[in-house]
Design a protein around this ligand. Structure first.
Ligand SMILES: [Zn+2]
Length: 312
């Protein structure tokens, strides 16, 4: 099998990535993927050593920010409607349940890649000690009363001090739709383990979902290059094991894949009518939202896991 590095020229603002789970440099071509927002193209490959699927030519950590300057980024700071808030709160409670069941009630929890802060705020509102951690400045944090720290995901991720932002060293960590975005997910988990985090809640797209296979390059959750690693249950287990964690809880659940994948396909195709249709099918819109609720029980879009430190 040819090594991708030897026959593809890597542009200066791109990396040649080794496997984000096992570090092997044995990529097998899988799919050419277009970014539906920038139209830039990326190569998804399968690791020849451990079968993890990842982008082999991602933007550099310094250069990836521009791919987030999108409608999703600005929507983060628009106040959502009351029905959306209620559904989101119910989803967050279900997502957190297997983590909280493994922690004492006073155990501090760090929400890595907290985004709009809804998980950290939910924890805080329910009496847990929580800190929100993300890459944006403190001035953009909107939840007074909930601790926040600006962090970097490079070089092993948050420091011990960051993880103690809730007042004491975090026992639990949340990485909800986050692990697929970081360049070196195994190293981030190694950092959490080294700083004494005993349990990590992880939610990531499931590259082996039934619809991912059928939708091919249109599958919404490729979302290149914002998503860099495409986990299966097996590769998530390997990633956890590298850091001294095991998959202590694992299930799948559904989110909309059809409306959002049609949205992605229309944006890649381009043209005025396609863009108009794409707007109705956007991930934050009513159609995708309703489809996600309907799919929750039956689908297998995401992996919902708790990683527990070995010996716990
Ligand atoms: Zn590998």
């Amino acid at each position: 099998m040819a090594n991708v590095r030897s026959d593809v020229l890597v542009p200066p603002d791109r990396l040649h990535a080794t496997c984000p789970v096992c570090d092997a440099d044995n990529p097998r071509p899988l799919l050419a993927l277009a970014d539906h927002l920038s139209a830039d193209r990326f190569a998804a490959v399968t690791c020849g050593a451990c079968d993890t699927v990842y982008l082999v030519d991602p933007p550099t950590p310094d250069g990836i920010g521009r791919y987030y300057d999108t409608s999703a980024g600005s929507a983060m700071h628009v106040k959502p409607g009351p029905l959306f808030v209620k559904l989101r709160d119910r989803r967050i409670a279900a997502d957190l349940a297997p983590l909280l069941a493994r922690l004492t009630p006073d155990a501090p929890v760090a929400d890595l890649g907290t985004g709009d802060g809804s998980v950290a705020e939910h924890l805080h509102r329910h009496g847990h000690r929580a800190v929100g951690l993300d890459i944006y400045p403190r001035a953009e944090w909107t939840h007074d009363g909930v601790p926040y720290r600006q962090i970097s995901f490079s070089g092993g991720g948050p420091t011990a001090e960051d993880l103690a932002g809730a007042g004491a060293a975090a026992c639990g960590a949340v990485m909800r739709h986050v692990l697929e975005h970081v360049h070196r997910p195994a190293e981030t988990l190694v950092g959490l383990r080294a700083h004494g985090v005993s349990h990590v809640l992880v939610i990531v797209p499931n590259v082996e979902s039934r619809l991912a296979r059928r939708l091919g390059a249109n599958w919404y959750y490729w979302d290149p290059p914002r998503h860099l690693t495409f986990f299966s249950a097996d590769s998530l287990g390997l990633c956890a094991a590298r850091a001294g964690y095991r998959l202590d809880f694992l299930r799948t659940y559904g989110l909309d894949e059809l409306a959002t994948s049609a949205h992605r396909a229309l944006l890649v195709r381009g043209g005025k009518r396609a863009l108009c249709a794409a707007r109705a099918l956007r991930p934050t819109g009513l159609i995708a939202g309703a489809a996600s609720v309907a799919q929750a029980q039956f689908g297998d879009t995401v992996l919902h896991a708790v990683l527990t430190a070995d010996g716990r």
